[in-house]
Design a protein around this ligand. Structure first.
Ligand code: FAD
Length: 427
C-alpha cells in the first residue's frame, strides 16, 4: 500500500501514534508538510494568520525533522498552498491509497481532512495532542462537564493514568520512501536578537524542533524550578518563572505524555508538592479546552460563543488597531503588546490582562484579539487560544460569565516598580 504521512502540528518522530500507525500499515510512504497559511490573509481582520515569530520557530523545527527523516533515508517533502490541490496532484502521480495524519478538532482543519477524503483515498486521522485520550475519559464527550473543576474531579476520582509515550516504529527502517523533492529549506536569518524575551528563539537552546524540545524538557526537570512553579507562574517576565512548554507543545515537537512522564520521574526522584502538581493541573486545562472543541465545534468561534451571555459589542476597528499597535491610553497595556509583537511570547497573566482590556475596556470583538494572538504567538494553538479568549470574553463555559481584570490593580500587583513597563516601553 502506498501512503502519505501528512505532518501537521505533530512535528516529531517519537511518541507519534499516528505516524507509527502509518508506518505499520504501509509499504511505501511519502512524508509531507503543507504550509497552507503562508500566503493567506486572515479574511476578517486583514492580517496574516501566522506572523514572523512562529514562522521562524516552525521552519527551525521542519529543518530538524528533515534531518531526522534523512537519518532513516527518508525526505520531508514540503509544499506551500491549498492541501486539497496538493493532495490531488500527489495522489494521482504516485497512486496513493491512504493518507495518515493527526486529527485536529477545529472546523477549518476538519474541512481540510474532509476535502482530502473526497479525493477517493482512505484518510486515517488520529487525534493525539492531548494527555488523556477521549476514549479514556470516564464519560462520553457529549457529557463533558462545562465547568473545568468538575472535569478535573472526575478524572482524578477515576485515577486515570495517561498513556506511556511510544517509541518510533522500527518499520521506519524498512518502509520504502517515495521521496520527490531534494530541497533546501529556507531558514530565516536573524537580523535582531530576541533580547529580553521570555522565549528567545534567536538563542540556540530555544530553536524549534524535536531535539531541542527534548533537551529543554530534560534541563527543566534537572532544575529546581518545578518545586516553585506555582509561586512564580504569574510573573510577567523571565524564562524560569513558568515552564515554557507551550511553544514546544504547540507544533508537536514534544507530546504532553512525554512531559507527564518527565514530571512523574521528577516527583519520584525529588519532591512532589503543590507546585509540581500544578504543572499537571495546567496541562489538564490544555486537555479540557481540546475536549470542549470536540463537544461544541464551531460554536466556539461565534461572536456570541455558546450563546450563554449577551455579547452585543460593536467592534471598533480604530480601537482594535490602537490596541494591537500598542497605542492605547494605558502604558501597561502598551508594554504588554510591545512584548507580544516584538517577541511572540507573553506570560499567561499578561495574556489575560490584554484580552480583558480589549473586550471590557475597548468593547471590541474578542475574535479580533484572538486573531491577533494567532498572528503573533510562537505557541499559538487553536484550542488554547480560542478557548481562553472566549472564556475571558464570557462567551465560553466560564461559570462566572467572563473575567474583567482591573488594569491598575494588575499593574500594582505584578509590576509594582514599573520594571516590566521600562523594558517594553517602545514599539
Ligand atoms: C487570551 C489567552 C490566549 C492564550 N493562547 C494560547 C495559545 O495560543 N497557545 C497556548 O499554548 N496557550 C495559550 N494560552 C494559555 C497560556 O497562557 C499559555 O499556555 C502559557 O502562558 C504558556 O506558558 P508556559 O508554557 O510557561 O505555561 P505554564 O504556566 O508553565 O503551564 C504549563 C503548560 O500548561 C498548559 N497551560 C497553562 N495554562 C493554560 C491555559 N490557560 N490554557 C491552556 N493550556 C494552559 C500549557 O500547555 C503550558 O505549556 C492562552 C491564554 C490566554 C489567557
Amino acid at each position: 500500500m502506498k501512503s502519505i504521512y501528512w505532518f501537521r502540528n505533530d512535528l516529531r518522530l517519537k511518541d507519534n501514534l499516528a505516524l507509527n500507525y502509518a508506518l505499520n500499515n504501509s509499504e511505501h510512504i511519502l512524508f509531507i508538510h503543507i504550509d497552507d497559511t503562508q500566503n493567506d490573509k486572515n479574511s476578517s481582520w486583514g492580517f496574516k494568520r501566522r506572523g514572523k515569530h512562529r514562522n521562524i520557530f516552525m521552519l527551525q523545527g521542519l529543518e530538524d525533522l528533515q534531518k531526522d527523516l534523512n537519518a532513516y533515508a527518508h525526505t520531508l517533502n514540503r509544499f506551500v498552498g491549498d492541501p486539497r490541490n496538493i493532495f490531488e496532484g500527489l495522489i494521482k502521480q504516485y497512486k496513493i491509497n491512504s493518507v495518515f495524519c493527526e486529527a485536529i478538532f477545529a472546523p477549518e482543519e476538519q474541512e481540510k481532512e474532509k476535502s482530502i477524503k473526497e479525493l477517493g483515498v482512505t484518510i486515517h486521522a488520529h487525534f493525539q495532542s492531548s494527555l488523556y485520550m477521549p476514549e479514556h475519559l470516564p464519560f462520553e464527550l457529549k457529557d463533558l462537564p462545562d465547568v473545568f473543576t468538575q472535569f478535573r474531579n472526575k478524572i482524578e476520582a477515576e485515577g486515570i493514568v495517561p498513556e506511556e509515550p511510544v517509541v518510533l516504529s522500527e518499520r521506519i527502517k524498512e518502509i520504502l520512501p517515495i521521496s520527490i523533492v531534494k530541497e533546501n529549506l529556507f531558514l530565516p536569518i536573524f537580523t535582531e536578537a530576541y533580547v529580553n524575551s521570555s522565549f528567545p528563539i534567536s538563542d540556540k537552546k530555544f530553536k524549534g524542533g524535536e531535539r531541542n524540545a527534548n533537551l529543554y524538557i530534560h534541563h527543566y526537570f534537572k532544575s529546581k524550578y518545578p518545586e516553585t512553579y506555582k509561586l512564580t507562574r504569574n510573573n510577567l517576565m523571565g524564562i524560569e518563572c513558568s515552564t515554557k512548554f507551550s511553544p514546544w507543545l504547540s507544533l508537536g515537537f514534544i507530546s504532553p505524555n512525554q512531559i507527564y512522564k518527565a514530571l512523574k520521574e521528577y516527583e519520584r526522584k525529588n519532591t512532589a508538592n503543590e507546585s509540581t502538581y500544578w504543572i499537571f493541573f495546567e496541562l489538564l486545562w490544555r486537555d479540557y479546552f481540546r475536549f470542549l472543541f470536540m463537544k461544541y465545534g464551531k460554536k466556539l468561534f461565534y461572536k456570541k460563543g455558546l450563546g450563554l451571555s449577551n455579547n452585543n459589542c460593536q467592534h471598533d476597528e480604530k480601537k482594535f488597531n490602537a490596541w494591537r499597535n500598542g497605542k492605547t491610553p494605558s502604558s501597561f497595556i502598551n508594554a504588554g503588546i510591545c512584548e507580544l509583537n516584538q517577541t511572540g511570547f507573553i506570560s499567561n497573566r499578561m495574556r489575560q490582562i490584554l484580552a480583558s482590556y480589549l473586550v471590557n475596556e475597548l468593547a471590541c470583538d474578542w475574535r479580533a484579539g484572538a486573531a491577533w494572538f494567532e498572528h503573533q504567538l510562537i505557541d499559538y494553538d487553536v484550542y488554547s487560544n480560542y478557548a481562553n479568549w472566549s472564556y475571558i470574553a464570557g462567551v465560553g463555559t466560564d461559570p462566572r460569565g467572563g473575567r474583567h481584570f482591573n488594569v491598575d490593580k494588575q499593574k500594582n500587583t505584578y509590576d509594582p516598580d514599573g520594571s516590566y513597563e521600562k523594558v517594553w516601553k517602545k514599539l
